[in-house]
Design a protein around this ligand. Structure first.
Ligand SMILES: [Fe+2]
Ligand SMILES: [Fe+2]
Length: 288
């Protein structure tokens, strides 16, 4: 993997790459799941590890960003709801790091090298598509969550966006990830529902509608940026390996259409979003 210089990993299998590659394509063409490093080419291994590490780092950084909201949530019922969401996210992170360990990756030494509590101090500029540190989290997880409206809008937007990305993982060619994602997916949908409950409540109340719109204006464009640019070479590689099923643009469109519908139901305005393709990263990422 090249993107993370402190994290050199390679397929631990003792079999020659050509043997593994042959076996891999046989299984992919037969619609069978890849189950172990012995069945992966070096390139498949690198791409798989890259995607799973992005998800793992995003889950952990996401959990830490939520922690203060256990204390700051508006009621004891909501403090418990936030604590449960934090627990879910740490569990998702642990599940993903365990999958990486099964590939021979020392995830604890990777985690020890990064500050997952780090957030950007924004004065004016948005990150757009830039990264802010050398962990592998999706860049939306570098932004601070400053208000309760931010917290619930993050779930409305980002958990929903992640859910659309995870739809592809549910059909992944890598069996262990595909099986693990089912429970994660169900929990992410509960987070989306929590966000929907609050965004609807705020949007339909005249005293909080503006606050909801302001939070949407902040988090919707940031979420639209997570999907990556259309028709990238990398996306083609992921699709060829069965690690993704759709083009980045299709996933983004399915997210946008769902948000547009909710906005029209609840009287919110869908914010403008313009892609900045010259700056965007190629990977197109997965997180929750
Ligand atoms: Fe989540
Ligand atoms: Fe998650």
């Amino acid at each position: 993997m090249t993107a993370d210089s402190d994290f050199s990993i390679k397929n631990p299998s003792k079999l020659p790459n050509s043997d593994r590659e042959k076996r891999m394509w046989e299984k992919i063409r037969a619609g069978q799941a890849i189950e172990a490093p012995d069945e992966m080419s070096d390139d498949y291994f690198d791409n798989l590890a890259n995607l799973m590490l992005q998800q793992a780092d995003s889950e952990l950084a996401g959990a830490f960003g939520y922690v203060p909201w256990i204390m700051r949530a508006p009621s004891t019922e909501e403090k418990l709801a936030v604590a449960n969401i934090v627990k879910d996210e740490v569990r998702h992170a642990r599940a993903m790091y365990r999958l990486l360990e099964e590939l021979g990756i020392d995830s604890d030494s990777h985690v020890a090298k990064h500050d997952y509590n780090f957030r950007v101090d924004l004065r004016g500029d948005d990150l757009k598509n830039k990264r802010a540190a050398d962990d592998r989290r999706v860049n939306i997880f570098y932004y601070p969550i400053d208000t309760w409206a931010d917290f619930v809008m993050f779930q409305f937007c980002m958990d929903r966006g992640a859910g659309h990305q995870l739809e592809d993982v549910r059909k992944s060619s890598y069996g262990p990830w595909k099986r693990e994602i089912e429970r994660i997916f169900k929990e992410e949908m509960m987070h989306v529902n929590h966000g929907d409950y609050w965004v609807k409540k705020m949007a339909l109340d005249r005293s909080t509608k503006e606050e909801a719109q302001t939070a949407l204006n902040k988090w919707y464009p940031r979420t639209m940026n997570i999907f990556g640019r259309p028709k990238t070479r990398k996306n083609q590689v992921y699709k060829g390996y069965g690690l993704k099923q759709r083009d980045n643009e299709e996933v983004r469109a399915s997210f946008r259409d769902e948000v547009r519908l909710k906005c029209s139901e609840w009287g919110l305005r869908l914010p403008d979003w313009k892609p900045e393709w010259e700056k965007i990263e190629e990977d197109g990422v997965i997180s929750g």
